[in-house]
Design a protein around this ligand. Sequence first.
Ligand SMILES: Cc1cc2nc3c(=O)[nH]c(=O)nc-3n(C[C@H](O)[C@H](O)[C@H](O)COP(=O)(O)OP(=O)(O)OC[C@H]3O[C@@H](n4cnc5c(N)ncnc54)[C@H](O)[C@@H]3O)c2cc1C
Length: 485
Amino acid sequence: MIEAIQITDPDSIVSALKAVVGEDHVLTRPEDVEGYLTDWTGQYRAPALAVARPASTAEVAELIKLCNACNIAVVPQGGRTGLCGGGVPVAGRETLVVSLTRMNAVRSLDVDGRTVIAEAGVVLETLHDAALKHDLVFPLMFGAKGSCTIGGNLSTNAGGSNVVRYGNTRELCLGIEAVLPDGSVINALTGLRKDNTGYDLKDLLIGAEGTLGIITAAVFKLFPAPKARSTAFLSVAGLDSALKVLNRLQDHTGGGVEAFEYMPQPAVDVICKVFPAIRRPLEGKVATGILVEVASSRPHDAAEMQDGTIRLATEVTELLGELMEEGLVLDAMVAQSEQQRADLWKMREAILEAITENGPAHHLDLSLPLARIARFVGEMDAEMDRLGFQPLTVGHLGDGNLHYALSAAKGRDWDALPLETAKEKVFALLTELGGSFSAEHGIGQSKLAVMTKLKEPAQLDVMRSIKRALDPGNIINPGKLLPPG
Ligand SMILES: Cc1cc2nc3c(=O)[nH]c(=O)nc-3n(C[C@H](O)[C@H](O)[C@H](O)COP(=O)(O)OP(=O)(O)OC[C@H]3O[C@@H](n4cnc5c(N)ncnc54)[C@H](O)[C@@H]3O)c2cc1C
């Protein structure tokens, strides 16, 4: 039994870890461990005793019991595409990184029930492919899909571009299997769509950023694959007009809008500057650019019209014509081929890399009530300009989410800019307008200060009580999500 092991030094701990997951799956050499110590941002790095790569839920449970017995912190880790320093060790605590990447089986797919059970280490794109083989989709979609894992998606309650139609990861999940901080396992993979038997522990673990346990598998909803799509890049008259355009498209297509992405001129400029091969979808200045995608799984919408076009595309194009006549849409480029559609998405998904390559920037992940976004962007862009910043904004506008990145305006020295003042201004208006300082990326280590400042104290108290109740030794992912206090 693990509890009985007398662990006195790092070497014997490593031996005990190897006894659980096998010699080859405990990494300790600095060159092997290094890649597991940072996430995509590269901003946070601290040492770890070792990296363990378990292959089963039972092994995860044994690892956690071992770490409890030795007072070693455990950091659950997936694809390391997190943007808040949540999946990497923190300094000052002996830490074991538990990488779930070997738990990468799609355990079963119920075609008739339209559900899939996948292990935590399954890469998001792998799940997309598994569903598509059955003419179904798992609709969670964003730029890191080729590297992020569904364990990380659940733990950050990831969003992305299809939330406007399908919801966040939380809405897509029907149940989870997880190892709690004491090593006990909860197994709720029944896939029931109705189960009112008390507190929903899955909802507690989703969005917990690995602070309440390690998710080892989950059951997700699947949806019919679209048979027709219409994708376009629009220049709209302003953000208020954009909301009207969104609602008109929704009304017209029976809620068929899958993505409604805000891409204003500065964002498109920086993408085209960093990646010259990416072509601008529209000539001239596009103050308020929108990448919109409408999709339908109805054969009726996929029917070919007499002129060779697809009915859905024709209807969307006709509606865009009406919206242009009304002055809501100023210009539009409708993708005429799968290649043109792919190019538009390539441009959208290049933004994070483009901003990173472009120079220093501070990334804010905000959400606001839809009707207040225009006021926020109008006032804040002007304020940031006064302070010497150039906001490089994109957003999942359909669900009120703005990725508001502050970069240095042309000719300004980043190090001399008043970043703290800028953040205070952003958070003040955000609070006044009823927004959130973390829409979809989570808190990790990067937003602990603002969490202390802006999260309602009563809610923080409850969160701390839950953490203490489940993890009295503060073993699982310490120093993340919950600010000290
Ligand atoms: C180019 C790019 C684009 C992105 N776009 C979006 C976007 O549009 N929307 C969005 O929401 N996010 C986006 N992200 C952020 C990121 O991809 C997501 O947060 C993703 O869900 C993280 O998954 P991961 O497997 O990489 O997790 P990691 O980075 O490894 O970990 C993230 C957090 O989850 C915890 N965790 C990981 N696995 C488990 C597990 N099995 N059990 C318990 N806890 C676990 C970690 O401890 C950590 O706190 C983007 C990132 C990049 C690099």
